[in-house]
Design a protein around this ligand. Structure first.
Ligand SMILES: *[C@@H]1O[C@H](CO)[C@@H](O)[C@H](O)[C@H]1NC(C)=O
Ligand SMILES: *[C@@H]1O[C@H](CO)[C@@H](O)[C@H](O)[C@H]1NC(C)=O
Ligand SMILES: *[C@@H]1O[C@H](CO)[C@@H](O)[C@H](O)[C@H]1NC(C)=O
Ligand SMILES: *[C@@H]1O[C@H](CO)[C@@H](O)[C@H](O)[C@H]1NC(C)=O
Length: 328
């Protein structure tokens, strides 16, 4: 009995596998697939992790210097990672249903050359690991449904004040590993729904008061690998929902006590690898939600006040290892 059941379900699996194969074959026959690319229906997850199926054209890793012609206009996911594309012409214009476009690891040096018009369905855009140097005003303004923008690991040194205009639905922004020297609060006035901002690994030497004021929905902020020596008292005003903050690998010489007081919902704080000398009473005052605090790899740390961690009712994890000058 058990064996028969097993056989039946195996047959069922074979049968449904056959249907998937037939479906993708017929898709490729009715609408041409660019040479060497793979065209098929694949599982796809929305930025909220909802399962979907998407008409996918996979042209990854083909040494292409231009976007293939004859892309089917019902394409939903277009994968062009790891090619040599530096500009597009009209190839993307008819793809009204495109939801994800991956142009990471290509040769773009200007965002205008990406040709991002008429893509009202686009939710995810990958432009990481190109050679883009600046983001001018309104450069993404037609992407009103964009939820995720990955433009990290480029050469961006300038972002105009209105560069993100139109991105009112953006949830996730990766700007890390670029050449930015400062962070302009006006950028974020267009993106009030942002939840995750990664902007570390930029040569930023200071942030200013009210730097992130409009980001009331931000949950995670990564300021790792910058050159911050101090944080002004009102830098984080407005970040009422921030839960996670990383200062990993900066030049902080003291805990930015006053700035941290402005984060009522902070749960995770990473201060690892900063040359902090002393941790004092009151440094973490009123951080009622703080769960995890990391103060590892502090080469200059010589003292921790007896009462430094006193008012932290929710603290479940305190890491303080590899602090060579601290007497243990
Ligand atoms: C598109 O398809 C047509 C007809 O199948 C063909 O003649 C043309 O060369 C193709 N264009 C490109 C850019 O591949
Ligand atoms: C785009 O998607 C809609 C809704 O699923 C569909 O009705 C329409 O035919 C699609 N457009 C193209 C060009 O495939
Ligand atoms: C693309 O960029 C790489 C690395 O920057 C470079 O070596 C290559 O010559 C470029 N290729 C084209 C076709 O521009
Ligand atoms: C697509 O964009 C072009 C120019 O950017 C515009 O002329 C055209 O009306 C747009 N088409 C649609 C359907 O939005």
């Amino acid at each position: 009995m058990a064996k028969q059941k097993f056989n039946l379900s195996l047959l069922g699996q074979l049968f449904s596998g056959l249907i998937v194969v037939l479906a993708s074959v017929s898709h490729c026959q009715t609408s041409e697939c660019p040479q060497l690319c793979v065209c098929e229906i694949r599982p796809w997850f929305t930025p909220q992790s909802t399962y979907r199926e998407a008409i996918t054209v996979d042209c990854n890793d083909l040494r292409l210097t231009r976007i293939p012609g004859n892309l089917s206009s019902d394409t939903q996911v277009l994968l062009l990672q790891s090619n040599y594309i530096a500009r597009t012409s009209e190839e993307l214009e008819q793809l009204f249903n495109l939801t994800e476009l991956d142009l990471s690891q290509n040769n773009f040096s200007s965002i205008q050359d990406v040709g991002l018009t008429n893509m009202s369905q686009l939710t995810t855009l990958h432009l990481e690991e190109n050679q883009i140097t600046e983001m001018p005003d309104y450069c993404l303004q037609d992407l009103s449904n964009l939820q995720e923008l990955y433009i990290n690991h480029n050469q961006i040194n300038t972002i105009a004040s209105n560069a993100f205009t139109g991105l009112q639905n953006l949830l996730r922004l990766h700007l890390n590993s670029n050449k930015l020297q400062s962070i302009n609060s006006q950028w974020f006035e267009s993106t009030p729904n942002l939840e995750i901002l990664m902007i570390g690994e930029n040569p930023v030497t200071g942030i200013v008061d009210f730097n992130f004021r409009s980001l009331v929905n931000l949950r995670s902020l990564v300021l790792a690998g910058m050159e911050l020596t101090d944080v002004p008292p009102n830098a984080f005003v407005g970040l009422d929902n921030l839960e996670s903050l990383s200062f990993y690998d900066n030049n902080l010489v003291r805990i930015p006590q006053k700035a941290l007081q402005k984060l009522p919902n902070l749960k995770f704080l990473d201060l690892n690898k900063n040359p902090v000398h002393k941790i004092e009473e009151g440094d973490f005052k009123n951080m009622l939600q703080l769960k995890e605090l990391a103060i590892n790899n502090m080469a200059e740390l010589v003292s921790i006040d007896h009462y430094a961690f006193d008012d932290l009712p929710e603290l479940t994890k305190l890491e303080a290892t590899n602090n060579p000058k601290f007497p243990s």
